[in-house]
Design a protein around this ligand. Structure first.
Ligand SMILES: Nc1ncnc2c1ncn2[C@@H]1O[C@H](COP(=O)(O)OP(=O)(O)OP(=O)(O)O)[C@@H](O)[C@H]1O
Length: 213
């Protein structure tokens, strides 16, 4: 018997209100537990849209979003989905909003019900594992593009998601940061879908490709 996908789209179509054409049309996609998928396609082919639709951030015009085999319909389904899936946005400024890096990384664990001390300790350990401890007390908006990207990864990994959705994660990263990023993802047991034009990254991290466009 095959495993139930963590996340799936069945016959999914998306059309933005201002768009004259659907961006996604009749898409069938499934992410199995522990699976790592590279999402490819030219600019504008709908990679970001597919990732956003997998976490219920854009509505489907047609078809269904499934969480562990069950349709996502209610706000409590959505809450369960958001606990299971971590999203690293293409633009780090969409993800970082707290006065300090440490508070940004502790925000998720606090929301998961950890105490202030537990959340702070989890955040410090996460920052340490990504060699980011020296940034803990910086204001996120003062970081470089690459530093922001690594901090975004920390804010998501600290919540130990079962599925990780990454949108162009290596933009702005230098060789050392890219290596750190790769190592962090290689040692993460969760399922992943990575939208990227970076073939080397997809080769190193994923075992299956899904192409749009
Ligand atoms: N909020 C929106 N409203 C209207 N159209 C949108 C919206 N977001 C995206 N689009 C359009 O949907 C199409 C797909 O965009 P999307 O960002 O999903 O593509 P992508 O494959 O991720 O592109 P890239 O590789 O450039 O990041 C594009 O034509 C884009 O202009």
């Amino acid at each position: 018997m095959s495993a139930t996908p963590l996340l799936a789209l069945q016959g999914a179509s998306v059309q933005y209100p201002q768009g004259s054409q659907p961006v996604l049309k009749d898409i069938d996609f499934a992410l199995l537990p522990g699976e790592r998928v590279g999402l490819m396609g030219p600019n504008g082919s709908g990679k970001t849209t597919l990732l956003l639709s997998l976490v219920g951030l854009v509505p489907l015009r047609k078809g269904a979003l499934l969480l562990q085999g069950q349709p996502v319909r209610t706000s409590s389904d959505l809450a369960r989905l958001r606990r299971l899936a971590g999203f690293v946005f293409q633009n780090p400024d969409d993800q970082l909003f707290s006065p300090t890096v440490l508070e940004d990384v502790a925000f998720g664990p606090l929301n998961q019900g950890l105490s202030q001390t537990e959340a702070r300790n989890a955040a410090l350990a996460m920052l340490d594992s990504l060699n980011l401890s020296h940034l803990a007390h910086r204001q996120p908006h003062t970081l470089s593009g690459g530093q922001k990207r690594l901090v975004c990864l920390a804010t998501v990994l600290v919540m130990q998601p079962q599925a990780l959705l990454l949108d162009e994660p290596t933009n702005d990263l230098d060789t050392i940061s890219r290596e750190l990023f790769l190592q962090a993802l290689q040692t993460t047991p969760c399922a992943m879908i990575i939208a990227s034009h970076d073939q080397q990254l997809l080769g190193a991290l994923t075992s299956r490709r899904f192409a749009l466009g």
